[in-house]
Design a protein around this ligand. Structure first.
Ligand code: FEO
Ligand code: CA
Ligand code: CA
Length: 687
């Protein structure tokens, strides 16, 4: 997920928190350039000589006329596997000639006391020494260049209390609702449950190595580490020390505690890891309005900080002890100034967090120059010596934006470190109808971002990144999820997962469908492959959907072997194989709805040159497939399954039916896990 973003009927009954979904906060009136669409149809052969004749206007007619053309042709060697069919089974399916094993499920011990996984019996403190819940973005950092021994760094996007506590004696939430438990404002939460929930968030870092039998294991190592909602984290960049982030915990505005909702990730050119803070706003509660105090500040309101006294999302601020590290999720105005309460705590969230996996003593750093929004992840362009560092990040909520950062400093191999990210220009994308686009700078004095227009300085712009992007007229997208850069061509890809709320008058060339249930993938490139340019050319690589409702950039349609919906994770490997992961929400075997034809979530591989796509993998019930990386030799692949069993109802849970057996298949609660995929002949994955 968090992908309740598919707001289909079974998701509409949650009382106040829409299943982790970002509320639609963007009510600005930027043009959605409906008129862009027709021009896009006229545009031809921008990339690779392909046809770009895709738009809502002609979509139905064009595809009906063509029928379900299956014109994908293989580029020898790039996609060499036999595609797997759509699956309705509660199991992992990989192509013939491939094998998989489980690694690092929720609760597996990795550090300190190495407490064994005991479903329903582990303490909150023990969870802080174990793999967290609901795996998402992930990277393999080789140790000494090895493809058989490295550090796996795994994000844990969010938690579902019912999974964490399902087998706990007397757990209040058991049997309630589907996902998030609702607490009364007067209620007090059990401290250890809160601690467990905080410790199940964050990032897991552990050494893993291939054993003599070919299986990969977790290896105890001093580098193994958990980063959680309690970890002290530095605030770096232009927002550091500003009035926006001064709190009771950090009166000088230089530190905060924790990171949440770490969805996707990034890997810097200097070999550190970045974890994204995506749907963080719902974790907080600001009841100022209810208490007849002033309206929510814009830096809360534009991001959807909850005004419900029973919330945040998990009711952490209702912990019985009233301990400071718990109650800080109450972002109401309670004290005489911002250094006496946590009204500014939400401003310390919504950033990209840099972590050095090889330095366990270093505090992570929130790199504020990259902007504050629902960061899905970050992707770095290949670093060029002597040139600025460039990275991209999507804001995953309906009608939000895609951003780019260009550093002021230049990349010097062996010298550049994360501090280069503290100074530079943040841009937001404006896609034009003719296949061109521009990056609009979010800098003081540029594009009208002045004090007179409500933007006091750079820190103010960054804390209010979404509002600055609204102001300059960025293009409202269909939920930007992951991005990737083809290391060979320099072309950039971003998934736009879906947007069921886009109306016909809101469609545009890059978001061409109303009620977009299936999503699309946009790609762009620069003149001279210069990623620092402020203009670029774009096209839609694929419009996802059923054979009759899809199109590749070549003008072909998807077929039984390639059809998919709701692209989310995307990663281009060293050979330019484009791996695409799907998140259609919690699809189970009884799902009925617009995504019915696609079966369980899984992963496909695409050939960027031809548009050919083949389904590589399908997963168990209820999960989404998110997070993919290989070892440097490309012979071992790591993939995550998040929230298996999530489709199960509260009633089913109460009856002991947890929705999926993955990965243990022994009647215990299902858990998110990484799987390791190898080719039986030892070859390159996907080839
Ligand atoms: Fe966490 Fe946008 O997926
Ligand atoms: Ca998603
Ligand atoms: Ca995602």
């Amino acid at each position: 997920m968090e992908d309740f973003e598919n707001d289909y009927p079974d998701h509409e009954n949650t009382p106040f928190y829409e299943h982790g979904d970002e509320p639609t906060c963007n009510t600005s009136d930027n043009a959605n350039f409906y008129e862009v669409m027709d021009a896009h149809v006229k545009r031809r052969s921008f990339l690779m000589g392909g046809l770009a004749a895709i738009s809502t206007g002609l979509f139905g007619n064009a595809l009906t006329a063509k029928g379900a053309l299956a014109v994908t042709t293989a580029t020898p060697g790039l996609l060499g596997f036999t595609p797997v069919p759509v699956s309705m089974e509660d199991r992992v399916v990989v192509p013939d000639g491939y094998s998989w094993q489980v690694l690092g499920g929720t609760g597996e011990p990795i550090t300190d006391d190495m407490p064994a996984y005991r479903p329903g019996a582990n303490t909150g403190a023990e969870q802080g020494m174990q793999v967290g819940q609901h795996h998402d973005g992930m990277h393999y950092f080789p140790i000494d260049g090895s493809s058989e021994d490295g550090l796996l760094v795994v994000n844990h996007e969010y938690i579902e209390p019912r999974f964490l506590h399902a087998e706990k004696e007397g757990y209040k939430g058991q049997g309630i609702g589907s996902r998030d438990v609702v607490y009364d404002a007067s209620e007090q939460r059990n401290d250890d449950e809160v601690l467990m929930e905080m410790n199940a968030h964050g990032i897991s870092i552990y050494r893993t190595a291939k054993q003599a039998d070919g299986n990969w294991s977790i290896i105890e190592d001093p580098l193994n580490r958990r980063i959680t909602v309690l970890t002290e984290i530095e605030i770096g960049g232009p927002v550091r020390g500003s009035g926006h982030v001064r709190t009771k915990f950090s009166p000088d505005g230089t530190m905060t505690r924790g990171t949440v909702n770490n969805c996707a990730h990034g890997v810097t050119p200097w070999n550190t890891y970045m974890a994204a803070e995506e749907n963080w706003a719902g974790y907080f509660s600001n009841t100022d309005q209810i208490d007849q105090k002033p309206d929510l500040p814009r830096e809360h309101a534009r991001y959807g900080v909850s005004t419900n006294p029973r919330s945040g999302r998990y009711g952490w601020h209702l912990a019985a002890s009233g301990a400071d590290e718990f109650v800080r999720f109450n972002a109401s105005t309670l004290g005489a100034s911002s250094t006496e309460d946590y009204r500014n705590e939400p401003n310390t969230y919504g950033w990209m967090v840099e972590i050095d996996p090889f330095n366990p003593d270093a505090a992570p750093v929130k790199r504020t120059a990259l902007g504050r929004f629902a960061h899905e992840g970050v992707v770095f362009a290949p670093a060029v010596e002597g040139a600025p560092v460039v990275c991209y990040s999507g804001d995953d909520a309906r009608f939000e934006y895609i951003y780019k950062f260009v550093s002021d400093g230049v990349y010097v191999p062996g010298e550049t470190d994360g501090s280069i990210l503290d100074s530079g220009t943040l841009y937001v994308a404006k896609f034009d109808e003719d296949g061109t686009a521009e990056w609009l700078a979010l800098e003081p004095g540029r594009n009208g971002l002045t004090p007179a227009n409500g933007f006091a300085d750079l820190a103010d712009i960054l804390v209010n990144t979404r509002l600055a992007a609204d102001f300059v007229g960025a293009t409202k997208m269909d939920r930007p999820e992951w991005g990737t850069v083809d290391p060979n061509s320099g072309e950039v890809y971003f998934t736009l997962t879906n947007n069921s709320r886009r109306t016909l008058v809101e469609v545009d060339a890059v978001n061409p469908r109303a009620q977009n249930n299936f999503g699309q993938i946009v790609r762009w490139r620069y003149q001279d492959a210069d990623q620092t340019r402020e203009n670029f050319d774009w096209d839609l690589f694929v419009i996802a959907g059923t054979p009759r409702q899809s199109a590749t950039f070549e003008g072909a349609t998807l077929n039984d072997d390639s059809m998919f919906a709701c692209p989310d994770g995307i990663w281009c490997d060293a050979d330019s194989r484009l791996w695409i992961q799907t998140d259609m929400g919690d699809i189970g075997p009884d799902y009925e709805g617009p995504l019915k034809d696609f079966g369980m979530n899984g992963m496909l591989a695409a050939n960027p040159a031809t548009g050919e796509i083949r389904r590589f993998l399908t997963g168990p019930w209820g999960q989404e497939c998110t997070g993919v990386i290989t070892t440097p030799d490309q012979r071992t692949m790591f993939v995550n399954f998040q929230h298996p069993g999530a489709h199960a109802s509260g009633e089913e849970f109460a009856a002991g039916n947890f929705g999926s057996g993955f990965p243990d298949y022994n009647g215990t609660v299902p858990r998110s896990a990484t799987i390791v995929i190898t080719k039986d002949d030892g070859g390159v994955i996907g080839a």
